[in-house]
Design a protein around this ligand. Structure first.
Ligand code: NAD
Ligand code: IPM
Ligand code: MN
Length: 360
């Protein structure tokens, strides 16, 4: 079969890591007889430089008409890049948010799994790691603080900035359903994370999660406050199967979870709409501090490409092929610098791509 993939290479390390993911996809396609046709589109900083805005209507249309989107990361150094002297709505991140909203990508899945081979790269003590952990963060992606009303104004001579956090019950219900569905295929346990001791939006979140849970008697669930969750992730990560949470909590908790898998360079992500359409990108950013040096870890992006095969194209065998090749590379002792440990062989971005392709 032929699948049309819109590709956003992005900024910083984006092009380096996406190139490796595309090579890996082509290797998997060659093995399986499927074909991927790529259409390059610009979003974020690269689009600002080319068109004066981070997302054009044409780009959104091309993305919408593809079978799935593969993306690197966008953005620059937020203190020094000229992109951050533009008005907020013209900055790179505004393009990403408009793309997520425009494509209806409300469900962001970020799996945080400790490979046996990466135990030495995990900063936690051996007795906490035990025989490893395997969780999925289900982050709501098109609501909450990111999409609420904002303003900056001067009131009575002082500067005031406002961001508002709104959820309606339908937005909560559809992400909760996704989380319980995924839990059903895993260890059947959902931890819903909120700040219900303070926020009305979290109190509604709890109510709706409890309503949804009634349809999943085979899945156990509990509520956890977000500050406690941040602590529990490093105290006892094994307790988590599926974490269900709102947009901003999910952003922060997923970066924390990434680090206990060894590096943020390992954390893949799928952003799904209703149906089969999705956008696949690593959870990390454009890492401007290491861009252009051929040292970035491409594995998060490669594993995101595998998620694209699984969730959007139903190519489970090909997704397995890629995931097994990644595991084999780690088992054979190859590491990018971010996951390097004693006795391992350090390789660059492209070499890591080559090594994974050899094992497909
Ligand atoms: P970042 O994730 O880009 O980098 C944080 C740290 O992790 C840096 O030290 C970086 O070198 C390291 N790192 C990240 N990815 C890595 C990889 N694959 N291999 C090895 N090391 C890696 O976060 P930041 O520095 O806070 O943000 C930089 C820019 O990226 C900002 O403009 C931000 O808005 C943007 N951003 C974009 C996305 C996205 O496109 N989805 C996600 C997060 C941040
Ligand atoms: C992520 C990023 C984005 C987010 C930024 C760049 C808008 O941090 O994908 O995790 O906060 O969602
Ligand atoms: Mn983030």
């Amino acid at each position: 079969m032929n699948f049309n993939v819109a590709v956003i290479k992005g900024d910083g390390i984006g092009p380096e890591i996406v190139d490796q993911a595309v090579r890996v996809l082509d290797a998997a396609a060659e093995k399986s007889g499927h074909e991927f046709t790529y259409k390059q589109i610009l979003m974020g900083g690269a689009s600002i430089d080319a068109y004066g805005k981070p997302l054009t209507e044409e780009t959104l249309e091309t993305a919408r008409n593809s079978d799935a989107v593969l993306m690197g990361s966008i953005g620059g150094n937020t203190t020094t890049s000229p992109w951050y002297r533009l008005p907020a709505e013209l900055r790179p991140e505004a393009g990403l948010l408009a793309l997520r909203k425009g494509l209806g990508l409300f469900a962001n899945i970020r799996p945080a799994y400790l490979y046996e081979e990466l135990k030495k790269a995990c900063p936690l003590r051996d007795e906490i790691i035990g025989d490893g952990f395997d969780m999925v963060i289900m982050r709501e992606l098109t609501g909450g603080l990111y999409f609420g009303e904002r303003s900056t104004e001067v009131v009575d001579g002082i500067r005031v900035a406002k961001d508002s956090l709104t959820y309606n019950e339908n937005e909560i219900r559809r992400i909760a359903v996704k989380a319980f569905d995924i839990a059903r295929k895993r260890k059947k346990h959902v931890i819903s994370v909120d700040k219900a001791n303070v926020l009305d939006s979290s109190r509604l979140w709890r109510q709706v999660v409890e309503e949804v849970a009634k349809d999943y008697e085979d899945v156990t669930y509990e509520h956890m406050l977000v500050d406690n969750c941040a602590m529990q992730l490093v105290n006892d990560p094994k307790q988590f199967d599926v974490i269900l949470t709102e947009n901003m909590f999910g952003d922060i908790l997923s970066d924390e979870a990434s680090m206990i898998t060894g590096s943020i360079g390992m954390l893949s992500s799928a952003s799904l709409a209703e149906g089969k359409f999705g956008l696949y990108e690593p959870s990390h950013g454009s890492a401007p501090d290491i861009a252009g040096k051929d040292i970035a870890n491409p594995i998060a992006t490669i594993l995101s490409a595998a998620m694209m095969l699984r969730y959007s194209f139903d190519l489970d065998a090909e997704a397995d092929m890629i995931e097994m090749a990644v595991k084999k590379v780690l088992k054979d002792g190859y590491r990018t610098v971010d996951i390097m440990s004693d006795g391992m062989v350090q390789v660059g971005t492209k070499a890591m791509g080559d090594l994974i392709i050899e094992r497909i």
